[in-house]
Design a protein. Structure first.
Length: 557
């Protein structure tokens, strides 16, 4: 296969990485905490934990899991919390004990939570008290034997810890009453763990590190089996792609995406830990004014997020007045970065908003725009080091450069398969190890890849394919538009029509004005025929717009 990107990589970006450079994530962690021991590692709500303290507390938690809870290597432990200092402590404690992390969205409904705990066979769970009520409703129907509860402020200093926990529970009333009489305390687990012996297990590169569940938007939610080798490889691939723009031990990254999300987990948590960076954890990024207030306090050098987050920031007047002189790296992933957002970001911050592409099944990074790209070019960049991508037609034939088809990925970051679902695994990974992404794209002559859209989101108008991303990019260029989503709705004459859901910045915006704007940029069959204005669009907890929900609403209206 041809690999034109090899000749176009920045000269200090490697084409390959060594997946065996670290034998496990634990080895990588030990290297970082030894090298950067007394430097700040994570910051949250004004409290800081150093690499040394992270090592001590995660070791205590590992010892507690081994000795007090009697868990064994390979047992699954669920983590159900937003971005708090407790998360990296628990994360590395589980990994250091040779156990498997099962990341859980804390906003899950009882039904969703039950499915994930039952499917994974989790024996223990660490949950923030705010969400303990959800767990209470289903825990008796799951394999969970031990519940460990933490409160939002539990890793803060004594006076602030008491105040934060009091305000959260009694003033803001954010902790619904729950009844988990045998629940254990996370703070107590660390206290007890310090007195217990931690026994480092033998961890091999092929051992399972994470059961990372897919969003479940198509069928039942499945656990992607990510080994230590998968995730170590992806950290090293991200390091190869972005490291030339970053200095070891000197960066300050802002983590607004939740760490239970695979993008933030691999890039923000693990890559920047490997780099010896400081990591600012934002517990509630949806509160944009408070988020911007946090940014004012710190000399941040890197920031990652999804398009909706960047869009919200560039439309916040306080954000535009921040000092961006130290900002080196801005990465957008999880969904397509829109041209209007990327260009506005670059105008305000003087840094490029680099799009990366990936999926849970690939740990997640597959491609990334080169760090020295001069500006938005609409691509998802080049394949990450040691990553191959093919564009195939429906018959499985590799297509020529410039032709559109489904993207297939091969590399050391590709999952081992779906947990206990060999038939589902066989549907997405072929006998030669190629992963079917379900995304439609093409490669240009330089080796840049472009995503046209998700196969399932394609709109068919009179036999012509309409890709929602293209329509959304055009609508988003209108100065009165904040957010937009495009879906297909049934139509007797043409099969489907394009409908857009729009959040307007200026309430004077009309349907006619938008359609006229679209006609100027799109061929006739791509122009939306239906427009619905909304105050907000439904999103996942990490900020992805839920097209499927909008499509279902439109189709049942």
């Amino acid at each position: 296969m041809i690999k034109p990107w090899i000749n176009n990589l920045p000269e200090n970006v490697p084409a390959e990485i060594d997946p065996e450079h670290f034998s496990s994530l634990v080895t990588m962690f030990e290297s970082a905490v030894s090298k950067y021991a007394d430097q700040p590692a994570f910051i949250n709500m004004g409290a800081t934990i150093t690499y040394r303290k992270l090592e001590e507390r995660s070791r205590a938690f590992a010892a507690y899991l081994q000795n007090e809870l009697k868990l064994s290597k390979g047992d699954r432990v669920a983590l159900m919390m937003p971005n708090l200092l407790q998360y990296p402590i628990a994360l590395f404690g589980v990994l250091r004990a040779g156990m498997v992390v099962v990341n859980v969205n804390p906003l899950y409904t009882p039904r969703e939570l039950k499915h994930q705990l039952v499917d994974s066979g989790a024996k223990a769970i660490v949950v923030v008290s705010n969400f303990a009520k959800t767990l209470e409703e289903v825990v008796s129907e799951t394999p969970v034997e031990s519940v460990i509860i933490t409160r939002l402020g539990d890793q803060l200093s004594a006076p602030k810890r008491t105040l934060v926990n009091f305000v959260v529970k009694y003033i803001k009333k954010l902790v619904p009453k729950y009844d988990l009489p045998h629940a254990l305390s996370f703070r107590d687990s660390l206290t007890k763990g310090r007195r217990l012996q931690y026994i480092k297990p033998e961890i091999k590169s092929e051992d399972l590190a994470f059961l990372q569940y897919t969003g479940g938007t198509t069928g039942v939610s499945k656990g992607a089996m990510l080994s230590h080798k998968n995730v170590v490889s992806n950290v090293l691939q991200a390091n190869g792609a972005y490291s030339p723009a970053l200095a070891d031990g000197k960066e300050f990254v802002v983590t607004a995406l939740p760490l239970y999300h695979i993008f933030a987990l691999t890039v923000n948590c693990l890559l920047f830990l490997h780099k010896g960076s400081q990591n600012l954890l934002i517990t509630n990024p949806r509160d944009i004014p408070a988020f911007v207030g946090e940014l004012k306090k710190y000399p941040f050098t890197a920031l990652t997020g999804v398009n909706t987050l960047f869009n919200a920031l560039v439309n916040n007047s306080d954000f535009t007045s921040l000092d961006f002189s130290r900002l080196k790296l801005s990465i957008g992933g999880g969904m397509a970065v829109q041209k209007a957002v990327a260009e506005k970001w670059q105008s305000i911050t003087q840094t490029r908003l680099l799009e990366g592409y990936g999926l849970t099944e690939a740990s997640p990074l597959v491609t990334c725009c080169p760090y020295n790209l001069s500006g938005y070019n609409g691509s998802i960049g080049f394949p990450a080091p040691s990553t191959l991508i093919q564009v195939r037609d429906d018959a499985g034939n590799e297509l020529a450069q410039g032709e559109r088809g489904e993207l297939f990925v091969k590399g050391p970051q590709v999952m081992d398969g779906y947990w206990q679902r060999p038939e589902e695994t066989a549907k997405v990974i072929d006998n030669n190890g190629w992963l079917s992404t379900g995304d439609i794209g093409y490669m240009d002559e330089k080796g840049f890849f472009f995503i046209v859209d998700r196969k399932k989101d394609m709109i068919l108008v009179s036999g012509f394919n309409v890709f929602p991303n293209e329509v959304e990019d055009v609508v988003a260029l209108h100065p009165k538009v904040v957010e937009v989503a495009a879906v297909g709705v049934p139509n007797d004459a043409s099969g489907e029509l394009v409908k857009i859901f729009v959040v307007a910045k200026d309430k004077s915006l009309t349907e006619d004005e938008l359609i006229k704007h679209c006609r100027h940029h799109l061929t006739g069959y791509k122009v939306p025929k239906l427009v619905e204005f909304r105050d907000e669009l439904p999103k996942t907890n990490v900020g992805k717009i839920l097209r499927r929900q909008l499509r279902d609403e439109a189709n049942t209206a």
